[in-house]
Structures are given as structure tokens and as C-alpha cells.
Design a protein around this ligand. Structure first.
Ligand SMILES: Cc1cc2ncn([C@H]3O[C@H](COP(=O)(O)O)[C@@H](O)[C@H]3O)c2cc1C
Ligand SMILES: O=C(O)c1cccnc1
Length: 351
């Protein structure tokens, strides 16, 4: 049943609107500047035109969807922080005090926090309750979750985006919270992107090199124990992934299905983007890279997905922080399309 729902979401993802991309190029080349001189801003403007079908879309209503879930693999000592930080941070998101809340306020974005798999009972009406299970299992011993649970989490993410799009949201950022999730993300990178475990495993919240070596061994054991099928992204996601990562796969696919741009945050969100692209290569066209995380492995992961980061601030936080920081840059690209004079209107000679 859910597998059919997932297929129907993927089937709704269409190629970008080529005519709108062409119109955007023509408009950009008519503006009072040497062709191409606004660099990435021009690429962003063209991509948004292709996504939305409009040369200067109104994306003022935007949201960051923060998926929260726990990881059984924390038992193996892979994070510098204890697992109870996940529910504690969820309450912080709801109270508006986390980094992503602050940066979202600056970018005119609303924060929606989703309990997709937190290992605690969180009773707060501001939280979107879509708990699939209370955290994943320890993937060094068994599959992190079942195939059905992975699909349920993806479908939940896509549902939430569909509902928000129905409320007028036109642009999304991916965010996550889940202690231990750089371990699951590194495992996904290794299996689905072919990045070596040594290159994929980083320091996460700030472990030392000795602990990183231990974390490498944990990822190797998880892969050896579960034997994920790299040709089957859902199999891999369910065996060595995470509930919040699966939820973000749904957010990305859902945004693409709604013809909305989705800005991909750091290492963990990019692992979700990798799964989304494996499920629907067409969905990549709806993704925008945001920042280059300091987390080791992010650069290679972005290369595999074909995303290039817009900003480099040596951040390594997640939550959607790097993605929402790019909203004002996207706004700038759209403002150029709307407000700049043309060679004709300003009476400027062409080269
Ligand atoms: C207070 C705090 C706030 C956070 N916000 C995001 N993360 C980030 O750190 C975690 C991943 O790192 P690891 O795999 O090493 O546990 C995720 O929750 C991620 O969102 C945080 C981590 C902490 C401690
Ligand atoms: O890049 C990220 O998303 C990241 C890196 C380290 C820890 N948490 C998140």
C-alpha cells in the first residue's frame, strides 16, 4: 500500500519547464550587465523559473521542515552528545531558541518541527506528530528499521510538504535533529555514493580522532551486518539510515512533486538528497545546494548528487541552518529578475 503511495508521489515529479528556463535566460541577457556576470545568481534564477514555471516567482512564503528522530546506534558511542539531546532540542525548536529558529526569523521562514521518530513522548500541540517508531534499532545488531517504516516516514515527509504547499508555502528548506545521525548518513554515503567509510565518517558534534576511528568501525560493522542492497535505496535507507533522514527524503520528493524549490542543508540533509535522487533522478532538478558543511565527506557527497554549495561558512550544525541562510540569496536572484532595468529601458548600449 505505502509503496504504491510512494510510487504515485514519484510519478508526479515532472521535468523542469524548459520554456520558462528559456524565458529566464532571455530576461537575464536583456538586463543592464554583461551576460552571465551575476554568476550563480543567474543560475539560481533560471532554475527557479524552470521549477515554478514563472520568470520571477513569489517565494515569500517559505518553510524549513525540521525532522527529528533518534538512533539506536548511539549505544555504540558514536556522538559527543547523549541521545536525550534530541527530544530536548525538539522543545528548543518549539520554543524558538535554536540556531535554525534565529536564522529562519532573519530569512522570513517558518519552522515546522516534526516528530518522525523521537525516542520520547513529546506532547506539544506545536509539534507535528508523525512518529513512525521510537528511534531506530542499533544498526550494528539489526536493521535500523523495516522497509515499511522507511516508506511510512518518506510518505509522511511528502504529506507534510503537500499540506504546507496547500497553505501557500512555495519554497522549502530541509532540517533535521537526531543525535547519532552523522553515523547513519556516513553509512548511506558509503553504500549509495560509493564514498569510502574513511572519507564519509566525520567528527559530527565534535568527537576526537580516536573516537572517529571507532565510528568508522561502527559503520563498517553496520554495513557488514545488514548487507544493504546499493541498487535498492529503500533497502539501504531502512537498514543503515534514519527516520529523520527518511522523512527528509519525503520532504524533497514532495517539494519536487509540488513544483517547489527545496534547499538542501548540510551533510545529513544531503544524505537524504542522495536517497531522493536515487529514487527519482528527476527530483535533483528541484534541489538547490546551500552551504559546504565542515563535516568530512560533504564535499564528495555533493559532487555525487551534482549540487554545488552557494556559501562556505565552515558550519557543521544541521537543523537547516545553512539552507535558510541561502533564502536571502535566492530572494536576491528573484529581485534581479523583477527590478533590474533592461538595456532598452535604461538606454544602455550593448557590447
Ligand atoms: C545541542 C545540539 C544541537 C544540535 N543541532 C543539530 N545538531 C546536529 O548534531 C547531530 C549529529 O551529530 P552526531 O552524529 O555527532 O550526533 C544531529 O542532531 C544534528 O542535527 C545538534 C547537536 C547538538 C549536540
Ligand atoms: O552538516 C551537517 O548537517 C552536520 C554536521 C555535523 C553535525 N551535525 C550536522
Amino acid at each position: 500500500m505505502s509503496e504504491a503511495v510512494l510510487k504515485s508521489i514519484i510519478a508526479r515529479i515532472e521535468p523542469l519547464n524548459g520554456e520558462a528556463v528559456e524565458d529566464a535566460h532571455q530576461r537575464l541577457n536583456s538586463l543592464t550587465k554583461p551576460p552571465g556576470s551575476l554568476g550563480r545568481l543567474e543560475e539560481i534564477a533560471s532554475q527557479i523559473a524552470g521549477i515554478t514555471g514563472e520568470v520571477s516567482a513569489d517565494l515569500s512564503k517559505r518553510a524549513v521542515v525540521v525532522m527529528a528522530g533518534d538512533h539506536g546506534v548511539c549505544e555504540e558511542g558514536v556522538s559527543a552528545f547523549p541521545a536525550e539531546v534530541t527530544p530536548q532540542m525538539v522543545l528548543n525548536f518549539l520554543a524558538g531558541g535554536a540556531a535554525v529558529n534565529v536564522l529562519a526569523r532573519g530569512a522570513g521562514a517558518d519552522v515546522y518541527c516534526v516528530d518522525i521518530g523521537v525516542n520520547a513522548d513529546l506532547d506539544d500541540e506545536r509539534l507535528i506528530q508523525r512518529k513512525v517508531r521510537r528511534g531506530t534499532a542499533n544498526m550494528t545488531r539489526e536493521s535500523a528499521m523495516t522497509r515499511e517504516e522507511a516508506i511510512a516516514a518518506i510518505v509522511a515527509g511528502a504529506d507534510i510538504v503537500k499540506e504546507l504547499a496547500g497553505q501557500g508555502y512555495r519554497m522549502f528548506a530541509t532540517g533535521e535533529m537526531g543525535i547519532g545521525n552523522t553515523t547513519a548518513s556516513a553509512a548511506l554515503c558509503t553504500v549509495l555514493a560509493g564514498i569510502s567509510v574513511e572519507d564519509a565518517v566525520g567528527l559530527g558534534t565534535g568527537i576526537n580522532e580516536e573516537r572517529r576511528q571507532h565510528k568508522i568501525g561502527v559503520v563498517q560493522r553496520a554495513i557488514a551486518r545488514n548487507e544493504p542492497n546499493r541498487l535498492d535505496p529503500i533497502d539501504t535507507l531502512s537498514k543503515v539510515g534514519g527516520l529523520e533522514i527518511a522523512g527528509l527524503v519525503g520532504v524533497i520528493l514532495g517539494a519536487a512533486a509540488e513544483r517547489c524549490p527545496v534547499v538542501v542543508d548540510g551533510f545529513i540533509s544531503s544524505a537524504a538528497a542522495l536517497v531522493a535522487a536515487a529514487l527519482s533522478p528527476q527530483s535533483s532538478a528541484y534541489m538547490l545546494g546551500s552551504h559546504l558543511s565542515h563535516e568530512q565527506g560533504h564535499r564528495k557527497l555533493l559532487e555525487v548528487i551534482g549540487l554545488s554549495p552557494v556559501i562556505h561558512l565552515d558550519m557543521r550544525l544541521g537543523e537547516g541552518t545553512g539552507a535558510v541562510l541561502c533564502f536571502p540569496i535566492i530572494d536576491a536572484a528573484l529581485r534581479i529578475m523583477r527590478e533590474m532595468a533592461t538595456f532598452e529601458s535604461a538606454g544602455v548600449s550593448r557590447g
